[in-house]
Design a protein around this ligand. Structure first.
Ligand SMILES: [Zn+2]
Length: 237
């Protein structure tokens, strides 16, 4: 096989690596959007649960208010009974009842105060979450514009590099073309080439025996790594 094929494959290797680098940059850009999206979703969930807590607090408050109102009515009733009481025994019974009702009213008032406190805390929290979400949605819009612009530019760079390596690959011998095509198909999501690191594959660490090592270094034929199936490229050729 011609040395020329190796020269071409070296260029293809480097162009494909450049493309991979740019694709990683695009992924980083996309990551910015998914990061802010996940933040928004988590705050929206928090807001939902905060609002349902508020709803529960409001329901409880009106229930307690109703109960308190009833107890106050009962206290009034027992006051008017007191005025009409005819015996000492009756007065004592009414006083006992009033005392109990008074305690009940105090307890209900305390519960109501606690609920009001919780209401205030959760209302503040809900407002803060709402503000955060509104802000994050607006930043997301700005970031999306930036990301779109950058990824468009990067995609254009990739397209130009694709044209470059494909036109280079046209000059390969038929057998090398077939091997490259096969490798590209197999490693469409990664990279079809590997290099030597001493006498091992740089990518998978496979240790080459002396025969294979010599064949790779001779650069007469395309050699495939038995460990990861990538084509060996020697930088020195
Ligand atoms: Zn390997």
């Amino acid at each position: 096989m011609a040395q020329n094929d190796f020269r071409i494959l070296k260029v293809v290797d480097s162009l494909l690596l450049q493309i991979k680098g740019i694709e990683e940059k695009i992924d980083d850009e996309m990551e910015r959007i998914s990061f802010i999206e996940s933040q928004i979703i988590s705050k929206q969930k928090e807001l939902e649960s905060c609002n349902s807590i508020l709803k529960e607090i409001h329901q409880n408050s009106s229930q307690v208010e109703k109960e308190l109102h009833e107890v106050e009515n009962e206290i009034e009733k027992s006051n008017s009974h007191m005025l009409k009481a005819s015996s000492q025994k009756e007065v004592e019974a009414l006083e006992h009842e009033k005392e109990n009702l008074g305690k009940k009213a105090e307890d209900l008032q305390e519960t109501l105060l606690n609920l009001m406190e919780q209401d205030e805390l959760n209302t503040t929290k809900s407002k803060e979450l709402d503000e955060f979400i509104t802000g994050a949605l607006s930043s997301k819009k700005d970031i999306q514009q930036e990301v779109d612009k950058t990824t468009n530019e990067l995609s254009e760079e990739i397209e130009a590099l694709q044209v470059d390596w494909k036109s280079d690959a046209k000059n390969l011998s038929d057998s090398s073309k077939a091997i490259l095509k096969n490798s590209l198909k197999q490693f469409s999501k990664s990279h079809p080439f590997t290099h030597l690191n001493g006498n091992s594959c740089k990518l998978c660490g496979y240790s080459l025996d002396s025969t294979l090592l010599r064949a790779v270094e001779d650069c007469k034929n395309l050699e495939i790594c038995p460990g990861c199936n990538r084509i060996f490229i020697i930088n020195e050729t």
